[in-house]
Ligand binder design. Structure first.
Ligand code: SF4
Ligand code: SF4
Length: 243
């Protein structure tokens, strides 16, 4: 890795950032992850999907002269001059063990698995930290009231990055509590999907057995060719979806 790299650009086009304690000059338009690669880091872990959909690239940073600690996803947050960066690929928040089939969709299930839920101070540090713009404080408040379905709805876009837990003074494991709420909601509170029941029946009946057996018999090359030739939804249609 090189502290300052020339790529034909003049140094005036570049801005200084500190990555894991070392200073580098990088283009100002890059997301943190691309800036790290520009600086010579080869990211094998902690890079995830690169589209803000997974939890792998949580990053904490400060800006020179500002005492505040910021956080964001390295694939989505653009570098700023004077950034001091450290990656947090995993946050060791508490995760309860439970058997969903033995729980009921009530506040007792939430408080039983996560008694610390009631310690939430309502400070909102979690909401400020969330790269998904989720109102984490609001879903925690719903959980404290035992409103499981609202907690599930409000946390629906959570990517489990752990940045909310990293900033919480009450040491909550917000995203794991919300995951339990979504599981309880999915199992007990929302209507069963007729399509899902139909598909399960088709699987039980063996409707796909022949196709699966044929796929299993293919070589790696044949599988690769079949995969490349598959019908996929065009990118522009995916991009224009609103849901
Ligand atoms: S940061 Fe922690 S204490 Fe503050 S509102 Fe969020 S969950 Fe509650
Ligand atoms: S709620 Fe917490 S874990 Fe989920 S995306 Fe927001 S910061 Fe990440």
């Amino acid at each position: 890795m090189h502290p300052e790299i020339g790529t034909g650009k003049t140094p005036e086009n570049l801005i200084p950032v500190h990555i894991m304690g070392t200073r580098y000059m990088v283009p100002p338009s890059l997301p943190i992850m691309a800036a790290m690669e520009y600086a010579g880091y080869r990211l094998l872990r902690g890079c995830g999907c690169r589209r803000g959909l997974r939890r792998a690239c949580g990053t904490a940073y400060r800006i020179h002269g500002d005492p505040q600690l910021f956080s964001g996803l390295a694939c989505q947050t653009v570098v700023q001059s004077g950034m001091y960066l450290a990656q947090i690929p995993f946050f060791p928040a508490r995760r309860a063990s439970y058997d969903l089939t033995k729980l009921e969709p009530s506040a007792v299930a939430l408080f039983g698995a996560y008694p610390q839920l009631l310690r939430c101070l309502g400070c909102g540090a979690c909401t400020k930290a969330c790269p998904q713009d989720i109102d984490v404080r609001a879903y925690m408040a719903a959980g404290m009231k035992g409103d499981i379905q609202r907690m599930a709805d409000l946390s629906f876009d959570c990517i489990m990055c752990g940045l909310c837990a990293a900033r919480c003074p009450a040491e909550e494991a917000q995203y794991n509590i919300a995951l339990l709420a979504r599981r309880l909601t999915g199992r007990y509170l929302v209507p069963r999907s007729a399509h899902l029941e139909e598909r399960l029946e088709e699987i039980r009946r063996g409707d796909f057995d022949a196709d699966l057996a044929e796929l299993k018999s293919l070589s790696k090359q044949e599988l690769t060719a079949r995969y490349s030739a598959r019908e996929i939804e065009p990118e522009d249609r995916l991009g224009s979806r609103e849901d």
